[in-house]
Design a protein around this ligand. Structure first.
Ligand code: FAD
Length: 337
């Protein structure tokens, strides 16, 4: 029987899966995939996918495995191992509660552990690449589990990795290295430093950093709240373009990225191309968030087709204004921008 996928996504959009399996352990994930002879879609928390209204014509496996443990190694570092189906923010909250610093700037990000290396999740100056040791992967091409695949093999970049958009490499388990003390990672992001009242580069107690990150995220609609349509999104819909310095609009904010290249905030480009907060798409059922133009939100009773119309309008408007091509951050499933 077809299974509706919309309720399993944070956008609450997308048609049904022809076949659906909830896999409560790594072994169950492997078993479900080993016998599959149809197109396969892996699903975690559904917070970084845009699924076509037609749904998925094959098998959807939702990764529901649970379990985590920490091990202190002789150099004082702590290695945190978590199953792919663990709720990411639950892991972050538990580390903060246990006095383990390192993850707190990544508080409030929806989704599950298995997806964190997939797009090298990042926020407030920290990204998974800073912490990732290795992953256990199920390789669907060979039918073998590869244990301890090092982070260096995953091609982690800005909101991407070699795993993104693929269905043949499945993350079963992830290991992160934490510094083994109770203070936060150094606070690099200026907005967060200001909120905490410290100079950039300082550390603070992990709980303070988590509280400040969650508070900042809430002002942008970036903490899930089922009652708040501003959070019915896939997070940032576009990545921040990385451009040669000369291609950046003269008055745009920018951060240096290597030699001669800069990252320009997509939100600035969108706003300066004329799209304000709350800008609505077809029928008003989809709209830019009322708190952050980078989130495309579903206001209820909308469709993925409508969301994509809005996304194209924004992308084309930015291209016309600045000659810069915005690229979608979420994984588009069965649809294109
Ligand atoms: C309100 C909101 C705020 C957000 N804020 C941020 C942010 O600050 N920073 C950020 O980086 N992201 C952010 N995101 C995006 C999203 O939360 C992350 O990308 C998250 O890691 C996705 O996890 P998920 O389990 O929901 O993945 P899903 O959406 O279920 O899947 C995403 C992709 O990963 C694949 N995948 C999932 N699990 C596995 C697995 N075990 N093995 C292999 N492939 C897999 C899927 O097939 C799909 O292609 C935000 C999203 C929302 C809705």
């Amino acid at each position: 029987m077809a299974t509706p996928l919309a309720p399993l996504t944070t956008l609450r959009l997308g048609g049904p899966a022809r076949r659906f399996v909830d896999a409560p352990s790594a072994d169950a994930v492997v078993d479900a995939l080993r016998t599959a002879d149809e197109p396969v879609l892996l699903l975690g928390g559904g917070s970084n996918v845009v699924i076509a209204d037609e749904g998925w014509p094959g098998l959807v496996v939702r990764v529901e495995s649970s379990g985590r443990h920490v091990e202190r190694v002789p150099d004082g570092t702590v290695v945190l191992t978590a199953e792919a189906g663990e709720d990411w923010d639950g892991v972050v909250a538990a580390c903060v509660a246990d006095g383990l610093g390192g993850l707190e700037c990544l508080s409030g990000i929806p989704g599950r552990v298995g997806a964190t290396p997939v797009q090298n999740v990042g926020a407030y100056g920290v990204e998974i690449a800073d912490l990732l040791v290795d992953v256990d992967l199920y390789d669907r091409r060979t039918g073998a589990v590869r244990a301890h695949v090092p982070a260096a093999e995953l091609g982690l970049g800005y909101r991407t990795s070699v795993l993104k958009g693929r269905d043949d490499a499945v993350v079963l388990r992830v290991r992160y290295a934490l510094p083994g003390h109770a203070s936060s990672a150094s606070i690099r992001y200026p907005e967060l430093a200001r909120a905490l009242g410290v100079e950039p580069g300082r550390t603070v107690p992990t709980a303070a950093a988590r509280d400040a990150v969650l508070a900042l995220r809430r002002t942008k609609g970036m903490v899930l709240d089922p009652a708040d349509h501003d959070t019915w999104s896939a997070g940032s819909f576009f990545t921040n373009p990385v451009l040669p310095e000369a291609a950046a609009p003269a008055d745009a904010p920018r951060w240096p990225v290597g030699a001669d290249r800069v990252k320009v905030p997509a939100a600035w480009l969108i706003e300066h191309a004329g799209f304000g907060r709350g800008h609505a798409g077809p029928g008003g059922r989809v709209a830019l968030s009322g708190r952050h133009v980078l989130a495309l939100t579903h206001r209820g009773d909308g469709t993925t087709a409508e969301l994509l119309v809005l996304a194209r309008e924004v992308r084309d408007g930015v291209r016309a204004a600045f000659g810069i091509e915005l690229v979608a951050e979420p994984v588009l499933v069965g649809c294109v921008l």
